[in-house]
Design a protein. Structure first.
Ligand code: AMP
Ligand code: GLY
Length: 411
């Protein structure tokens, strides 16, 4: 089977890597210099048996619809289903209809009612853009004055342009976060091993939110997903009612429902759905699969999952090496050294994300998140030690890394 993966980041690098176990050929568009099979050809012009769309923007933009209209087999929801990620207000409305546990919220386009609603809430205050903001459109603060200022900055368009002109204010939840991917065929979703993402830029969960600075998997699972309490709860109380509600709305969701959950004292609650695999979680979840990812995504795209995914008991830890200044103003164009040495280490995989070939033909940084350094081991401690051994080989001016990815679980 010839597969076309759409996207260019660490997630797509891992998708291509794991799909290549069973595919005859994997093409990645546009890909990047560290992903084998990268081609700079629009997906519509690539002849493939299966299309796997990585990022949210082309999904929201209807790429899956266009490919399906042309008779192609596509893994990824149409623009209708992608609204779950494209509009937080749409998502919250659907969750209420589906009865999925989530934070209380209000959605606003005017400052006055937004401020009045804020005054009824207790800290932490949570303000989000309605539209897409690359994982950065969220402020969580205990400071009411900062929350009020954020409301003004969002609505004026100063902070996030049009994405912030409608905003959502949420009840602040407290607890550990976990990411669970459900691969869906429109009717049914099967779950992959849970992972934890580290969203803030700084050690100790400080500083602004990013797309994700690292991840590990499994999270709290004994490896047997069908008997694991967390995955059963997510499958029964979150994914099943969501798919049923989407179907009632006439939406045939064939792709990933990525549940971003907070494990509160009152049980798991949904922070958000994404309509694609998560980055950096994909890099620690998919390589651990022992069943065929290609078969699973192909069946989901065709509308009938029969495979039950299985995964290894091994753990993986991913440490993201980012550019100085990320997520606000990443400084790019720096030479990357140490890649070959890192890749030679046992149990280490380095996936390229924001990388390009510079004028002199060398590898340079070209984005906020530059490399995903993944360690694999018998447990999280070993996987973590290996990931950081890989990171230690790498360098460029201003390379920014969190030193505490998975530290609490590895000790
Ligand atoms: P989101 O883009 O909605 O996943 O939000 C990004 C991050 O903001 C989440 O990973 C949480 O760390 C935090 N967050 C979002 N919503 C809430 C909430 N209701 N309560 C507490 N923290 C939240
Ligand atoms: N890891 C967060 C995301 O993919 O949105």
């Amino acid at each position: 089977m010839r597969v076309c993966v759409v996207g260019s980041g660490g997630r797509e690098a891992a998708l291509a890597d794991v799909l290549a176990r069973d595919a005859t050929e994997v093409l990645v568009t546009p890909g990047n210099p560290l992903i084998e099979g990268s081609v700079d050809i629009p997906p519509e012009d690539i002849d493939a048996d299966l299309y796997v769309i990585g990022p949210e923007a082309p999904l929201v933009d209807g790429l899956a619809d266009r490919l399906r209209a042309d008779g192609r087999l596509v893994f990824g929801p149409g623009a209708d289903g992608a609204q779950l990620e494209g509009s937080k207000a749409y998502m919250k409305d659907l969750l209420a209809e589906a009865g999925v546990p989530t934070a209380a919220y209000g959605s606003f386009t005017e400052a006055q009612p937004a401020r009045a609603f804020l005054d009824t809430m207790a800290p932490p205050f949570v303000i989000k853009t309605d539209g897409l903001a690359a994982g950065k459109g969220v402020v969580v603060t205990d400071d009411l004055a900062e929350a009020r200022n954020s409301v003004d900055d969002y609505l004026s368009g100063d902070a996030f342009g049009d994405a912030g002109r409608r905003l959502v204010i949420e009840e602040g939840l407290v607890g550990p976060e976990v990411s669970v991917f459900a691969v869906c065929d429109g009717t049914r979703g099967v779950l992959l091993s849970p992972a934890q993402d580290f969203k803030r830029i700084g050690d100790g969960d400080t500083g602004p939110n990013t797309g994700g600075m690292g991840a590990y998997s499994p999270y709290g699972s004994d490896g047997d997903l069908s008997s694991d309490e967390l995955t059963r709860t997510v499958a029964d109380d979150f994914i099943a009612p969501t798919l049923a509600t989407l179907r009632r709305r006439g939406i045939d969701f064939r792709g990933v429902l990525y549940a971003g959950l907070m494990l509160t004292a009152d049980g798991p609650k949904l922070l958000e759905y994404n309509v694609r695999f998560g980055d950096p979680e994909t890099q620690v979840v998919l390589p651990r699969m022992t069943s065929s990812l290609l078969e699973l995504l192909g069946q989901a795209a065709a509308g009938s999952i029969e495979a039950q995914p299985t995964c290894s008991d091994d753990a993986m830890v991913n440490v993201v090496c980012a550019s100085e200044g990320y997520p606000v103003a990443p400084r790019i164009g720096n030479h990357i050294s140490g890649l070959e040495a890192a890749r030679l280490l046992p149990g280490v995989t380095v996936y390229g994300a924001g990388v390009a070939i510079g004028e002199d033909g060398d590898l340079v940084s070209s984005g906020g998140r530059v490399l995903s350094v993944c360690g694999r081991g018998a447990d999280v401690a070993e996987a973590r030690q290996r990931a950081y051994a890989g990171v230690a080989e790498l360098s460029w001016p201003g390379m920014t890394v969190r030193t505490d990815i998975a530290a609490a679980v590895a000790s």
